[in-house]
Design a protein around this ligand. Structure first.
Ligand code: 6R9
Length: 630
């Protein structure tokens, strides 16, 4: 399962393309299956219908926990670093984590959770978040983790889409010097969620909460009622393991579905090979478990591999901008996996925060979530890695389950801003607008994948047609990623960014349509159009053009604040526009379509050549917008 040299990578890659079934069957041998699979792969990208390891029976938690009990019971599985550095960190060994997960799995059962039920998890970055995730998997329930920064409305939408019966949350969360009342937010969400029978509340911040009789129970009280004996539910390889909502170019977020067998195999395989994991590694992924990066490379990947995973509750800039380096120093982190946006924001604080921080434990650095610019890459390499740590720029998506294009640390020759080469089993290709493959090197196009890997999404929850339309219909027979990409003279891949109406703000995926819908909820708004523009730290910023009901000139500031509050309430603070421009009209074609190309150019500050505007209903609108650009 482990690649150790570039020649081995080339060989593995060749094998994985020539005979994918044999290749992945061999990888999958390394896991504990209750019953072996009968057919390694069945697939078509038309419906789509993708099945890996059919007939195989397993429970992923037996691979995450039980199989490590004989080999490494006392090795740390999770190291928790609290928000406040003055408070003690917590270490859970594999034995302790196994115990904790089994007990909480019994709590879930006591509260009516059965195989196939959907459970929403809305929690801070505490060990109990990982425990809740794994306990769901233990009993065969499908977890749907909702990022702690999302609003009540966003939680409600996700709960209702999946018809969750149980919510797991905590009284509150702390981030930097802020306390966030999580249970209150859940209470607000649940006003519109008829399917929820039970809310399990973990005590964390001791923020006062209202407990509703017959619905809400305390985590700690429940834990006293159960034993740690909880045999794992037997799951089919293709039973859903989790749903994770992500933004697309249209409408509401989609519930991406991953299944037990394929996801497990791909999470561990990609983790071990990309980061070249060694025994004793301390892996610090700074993402939140509410995103796919946290699912695959805080919880499942590292624990499947028997590694040690750091869960960090706080933020990079509190109490000061040296916090990441402090965590690395304190816990002797060997692998640091973070996002370009964090690197760029820390760059802004200069080198002082790095002083007196011992970073010599670091061996591998990772980047994920958005394109990394050359400056950030070099800063990371020089000041964090001290030119000794390979940087793996890992490209992948919620839908892909794990990393698809990335250097293997220390094995693949890196090149700043390039995700370099596909992992074994991954067959990328570039196509033009018409869907024709662009062959050869030194070319750019839309990035597609032509063959399934075990971690690919299987469907979107409750709406298979949407899955087909979004990913498999643009270019028939191919999985379309939504990303633009360049393949250079060496055959190296560089992801250039989304080619659809999806924004990437600080590594968070946000649909322009979602933000527009939120802005339009404000009573004074007639219509809005949202585009992205280059932002020094966030990668992309959000620029909103808004038409209001009345002349806003004298109260523009108030209106601006109101709109920001509305977006915060409807989606969450991460979706707040950076710039709002009030306009009297939008550039629309005769058929009523907004010409976003023009709005993007103006938002970028490039008003020189607007291109062909002859199809616009009222070309004069463009000059008015240009004149009022913010
Ligand atoms: C893992 C994750 C997916 C989108 C993806 C792309 C962008 C992710 C990247 C990258 C350039 C990288 N993206 N990694 N772009 N280089 N190394 O981020 O999943 O939240 O679903 O976002 O993020 O545009 O399509 P997700």
């Amino acid at each position: 399962m482990r690649i150790r040299t570039f020649a081995e990578y080339q060989l593995a890659y060749e094998q994985s393309v020539n005979d994918p079934e044999a290749f992945w069957a061999e990888v999958a041998q390394n896991f504990h299956w209750r019953k072996p699979w009968t057919k390694t792969l069945q697939w078509n990208f038309e419906e789509p219908n993708i099945k890996w390891f059919s007939g195989g029976k397993l429970n992923i938690t037996e691979n995450v926990l039980d199989r490590h009990l004989t080999t490494r019971p006392n090795q740390p599985a999770i190291i928790w670093e609290p928000n406040d550095p003055a408070e003690p960190s917590v270490t859970l060994t594999y034995k302790m984590l196994h115990d904790y997960v089994c007990r909480f799995a019994n709590v879930l059962k006591r509260n009516g959770v059965r195989k196939g039920d959907r459970v929403c998890i809305y929690m801070p970055m505490v060990p109990e978040l990982a425990v809740a995730v794994l306990a769901c998997a233990r009993v065969g329930a499908i977890h749907s983790v909702v990022f702690g920064g999302f609003s009540a409305q966003s939680i409600a939408d996700r709960i209702n889409d999946a018809a969750c019966s149980v919510v797991i949350t905590s009284d509150g969360a702390v981030r930097g010097n802020k306390t966030i009342p999580m249970k209150d937010t859940v209470d607000d969400a649940l006003i519109g969620c008829p399917t929820v029978q039970r809310v399990i509340v973990m005590t964390h911040t001791r923020t006062p909460v209202a407990m509703r009789k017959g619905r809400d129970v305390w985590w700690e009280t429940e834990m006293k009622q159960v034993t740690s004996d909880c045999p794992a539910e037997e799951m089919d390889a293709e039973d859903p393991l989790f749903i994770l909502y992500t933004s697309g170019s249209t409408g509401k977020p989609k519930g991406v579905v991953h299944t037990c067998g394929g996801y497990m195999v791909y999470a561990q395989y990609s983790f071990e090979n990309v980061f070249q994991v060694e025994p004793g590694d301390i892996h610090f992924c700074t993402a939140d478990v509410g995103w796919i990066t946290g699912h695959s490379y805080i919880v499942y990947g590292p624990l499947l591999a028997g590694s040690t995973s750091v869960i960090f509750e706080g933020i990079p800039t509190w109490p000061d901008a040296g916090r990441f380096w402090d965590v690395v120093d304190r816990h002797k982190v060997t692998i640091l996996y973070t996002a370009p946006t964090a690197i760029r924001s820390l760059m802004g604080f200069g080198l002082d925060p790095l002083k007196n921080k011992d970073l010599r434990s670091l061996r591998v650095l990772g980047s994920v979530g958005e394109p990394i610019n050359e400056e950030a890459w070099h800063w990371y390499d020089e000041n964090v890695g001290k030119h000794k740590c390979p940087i793996v720029d890992t490209w992948w998506q919620t839908e892909t389950g794990g990393i698809l294009i990335s250097p293997l640390a220390g094995i693949t020759k890196t090149k700043p801003t390039f995700a370099t080469l596909p992992l074994p089993g991954v067959q990328p290709l570039l196509v033009d607008e018409a869907g024709k493959e662009i062959e050869g090197n030194g070319v750019s196009g839309n990035l597609c994948i032509r063959f399934p890997w075990p971690g690919i999404l299987r469907t979107t929850w409750g709406d298979h047609e949407r899955c087909r339309q979004t990913y498999f219909s643009t270019y028939p027979g191919l999985y379309f990623t939504g990303d633009g990409c360049l393949r250079d003279e060496d055959g190296y891949y560089r992801i250039t960014g989304r080619v659809d109406d999806v924004l990437n703000v600080s590594g968070h995926r946000i649909g322009t349509a979602e933000v527009e819908n939120a802005i339009n909820m404000h009573t004074g708004v007639v219509e809005s159009a949202v585009v992205g523009y280059p932002h020094d730290i966030k990668g992309q910023g959000i620029y909103a053009y808004v038409i209001t009901e009345s002349d806003t000139a004298h109260e523009a500031d108030l209106m601006r604040r109101d709109i920001l509050a509305t977006v915060s309430r409807v989606i969450g603070p991460i979706a707040k526009p950076d710039k709002i421009q009030f306009v009297s009209g939008l550039p629309k074609t005769r058929s009523g379509k907004i010409m976003r190309r023009i709005l993007r150019k103006i938002a970028e500050g490039d008003t020189s050549n607007m291109g062909d505007t002859s199809t616009l209903l009222d070309p004069a609108v463009v000059d008015a917008i240009k004149a009022g650009a913010v």
